[in-house]
Ligand binder design. Sequence first.
Ligand code: HEM
Length: 414
Amino acid sequence: MTPEPTDRELAEPDLTDPATYRRTDYLALWRAVRRHRPIARLDSPRYGPFWSVTTHDLACQVLEDPVRFTSTRGMRLGADEAAVGAAAGRMLVVADGAEHARLRAAHAPWFRSNEVAAMRDALRRRLETELEPMVTGEPVEIVQRLASAVPTWVVGRMLGTDDADTARLAALVRTAFAEETDPAERTSRRAASAHVFGYFADLLESRRADPRADVVSALAHEPDPERRLTDEEILLSCDGLVNGGLGTSRHAVSGTLLAFARHPDQWLRLRRDASLLPSAVEEVLRWASPPMHLMRTATREVELGGARIGAGDRVVLWIPSCNRDESVFAEPDAFRIDRRPNRHLSLGAGPHYCVGASVGRMEVRVLLQVLLARVDRIELRAEPVRSASTFLHGLDRLEVVLLPIQRPDREVTV
Ligand code: HEM
């Protein structure tokens, strides 16, 4: 029998040190923590004390109870507290109750509109063109060439901004929301954030005067007074949508390629049976788990998994660990495209469940469809480099080879 890990072993390495996630054994570390201390109070050298939750059931209890676990104090560790305070109750992801419901009602219709279908067709055409020179059998670096590009095209389409502006915006947003490793970086983060808001203010003005089919125009010209947002709320919405749409989707795209490169049998299976596409999308999201953590703050004293959480205590949910909880997912480390049910938490749960979920799923689905039509095999060329981040879970570098399907009509005869 393996001895129980000591408290010291369970506390190390530091879960809040971004470098931890460059290690190859962090999933094994979580496995041990899930078994022995699914909820534990940690004191992080970076972020101070918080409760760390690693199991699916406890995470759901938190996410589904916004009365006892609020989002208004921020939904991630290390966020700029002043910025969170200014946005609380006026920005979807940091609002609760009636305020959250009002903001959500203003956003949700656009995500159900024909615009998302049009976005899907535009993404398919773009991916067909951009993937063509990558499916050659030569090594391709996926993170820069594809995974960062796809969400930028999608967010650009959502806002109605051109490629150059969207890429600049994406870079500013990355700086504004970068994990703070050094307080001296706060000034550059705030400057980037001011630029981003300045850009959104100009965008809003132009869409007020000249509405188009994008989400900013939809919010600016909302006919229902009950759903109409203030200008400031619209600017915060733009910020939330860009933030929500960029980072996580990037890791979903690179995660798609990595999952099938590591599991060629599953690629073959999907090629043979396209009816597995919907469950394959869900399994990619579970296996890749783009969010690293979500956070809530207790509004009162609460009992959770046998622990007494104090009012004002922060509770951090480690999503890749919850998505590999063996009490919910059989053989959780296996990547199985027919996994059903698949109650992963990659898109959250409860009232804050990802409002852009239809778009996030669409990105993975269209990518797979375009790859299926062209790619015979996806092979890893080098060990991928994981991102050093405690907020997002994914890759900084992924080098693969996309081997084209040999079609008889394309074969050269001698
Ligand atoms: C595969 C890609 C995506 C993943 C994995 C993902 C993940 C998540 C998660 C876990 C949450 C819950 C946050 C919380 O509970 O505090 C969330 C919320 C949100 N997401 Fe996404 N997301 C994705 C794509 C998108 C896209 C494309 C957009 C924008 C078009 C978007 C916009 C948002 C917004 C605005 C919220 C806040 C919703 C609310 O608080 O009610 N996400 N997302």
